[in-house]
Write a protein that binds this ligand. Structure first.
Ligand SMILES: Cc1cc2nc3c(=O)[nH]c(=O)nc-3n(C[C@H](O)[C@H](O)[C@H](O)COP(=O)(O)OP(=O)(O)OC[C@H]3O[C@@H](n4cnc5c(N)ncnc54)[C@H](O)[C@@H]3O)c2cc1C
Length: 336
């Protein structure tokens, strides 16, 4: 039976997709997120496949008007000192996109409507209902909750498996050559670098490494200077501009249970090497909302588990292709 009232906890891409889909099917949605949409955050590479998800949500026209930049492809040094170029032309769905992440988030927020600006700290099950307590507000009762709170998954209702402790050290910096439309990926002994232009004459530059290694690195600029591809293209910013965030693979053992379902990173979080975090956030939010209405949540959960296991296999294969750094703890851990 279709629930009358659903709470969506977290209004990132996954929560927004879920809320938009439920509202379009006549469900009363309560969306809650303490964070305003206007803050920059890392996560700007959107694969071409996400176009289908945005069309399904009715957001393609506003996405196209959002000033996001098409990518011409990727140059990578991975498994070889020779740079390899994979042109966007090879994907029949078209180019991937380099997002203005603030505008992207704002587009999603505008489409889902007003959200209560609160951090949910507790939800309680009362028979068939859930009660959500928010400071200074009467308790909210709903039939179903969607956990879209991201990889921190504070409302976790199942144990979480952690498959890697990757972190991303990221900065948004002025782009010295903004006409260069290709993204860069470069493996180094400590992990891998990523750089790409984003709208507004800026670029994102990031080092992905293990949390245990990040603490031992003395000088990020020296490390960047040693790179062949990324260093000549990017300047390392002042240390106060750096953001460090968890970026490894992890997933809930069960992504759904009676009266609840998890979506996006709260369900399964991906290594940014796969470029699938935003895509899967949009598609899982939509799929979970459809499953709630169609009473087929177990099928959604089974699909999520199967997709995550296939992703881990593919990711492992790709990391194992880099064999140039046999003494590095980062790469040794990934050769196993
Ligand atoms: C460094 C880095 C680089 C990345 N690069 C890429 C990339 O290039 N391409 C890509 O596709 N993906 C990338 N990702 C992954 C991508 O950003 C995520 O997969 C995506 O944002 C997940 O969306 P989400 O909606 O599930 O979670 P989030 O975007 O994390 O949104 C969760 C929301 O929940 C809210 N929230 C949290 N706790 C509560 C609470 N208790 N109550 C209410 N609300 C709450 C938060 O405020 C937030 O708005 C990157 C990630 C990192 C860390």
């Amino acid at each position: 039976m279709k629930p009358d009232r659903v709470a969506v906890l977290g209004c990132g891409p996954a929560g927004a997709a879920a809320a938009i889909t439920l509202a379009a099917r006549g469900v009363d949605v309560v969306a809650i997120d303490p964070r305003p949409a206007g803050e920059w955050e890392p996560g700007e590479g959107l694969p071409a496949a996400a176009g289908a998800a945005l069309r399904k949500l009715g957001l393609w026209p506003s996405f196209q008007a959002g000033g996001h930049l098409p990518s011409s492809g990727f140059v990578s040094c991975w498994g070889s000192d020779e740079p390899a170029f994979r042109p966007a032309l090879l994907d029949p769905r078209g180019p991937s996109w380099q997002l203005d992440r603030v505008r992207f988030n704002q587009m999603l927020r505008d489409a889902l409507g007003p959200a209560l600006p609160h951090r949910v700290t507790e939800v309680r099950r009362n028979g068939p209902l859930w009660t959500i307590s928010l400071p200074g507000k009467p308790p909210i009762s709903v039939n179903f909750i969607i956990d879209a709170t991201g990889r921190s998954g504070r409302l976790r209702r199942s144990p979480r498996r952690v498959d890697s402790r990757l972190v991303g050290i990221t900065a948004l910096v002025p782009d010295p050559s903004p006409d260069d439309a290709a993204g860069l990926v470069e493996a180094v002994p400590e992990g891998w670098w990523y750089a790409s232009r984003v709208p507004g004459g800026r670029m994102v530059v990031a080092l992905f490494t293990d949390a245990s290694i990040a603490g031992t690195i003395d000088s990020w600029p020296d490390l960047l200077a040693k790179t062949a591809l990324v260093g000549p293209r990017a300047r390392w910013p002042r240390p106060d501009r750096l953001r460090t965030a968890a970026a490894g693979s992890s997933a809930l053992e069960r992504v759904a249970g009676p009266g609840w379902v998890a979506v996006g990173d709260a369900a399964c979080a991906h290594d940014p090497l796969s470029s699938r975090g935003l895509h899967d956030a949009l598609t899982s939010g939509t799929a979970a909302a459809e499953a709630i209405v169609a009473n087929s949540v177990p099928a959604y959960a089974a699909q999520m588990a199967a997709t995550y296991h296939a992703y881990l296999k593919d990711l492992g294969w790709y990391y194992r292709r880099e064999t140039r750094f046999p003494d590095s703890p980062f790469w040794r851990a990934r050769q196993r």
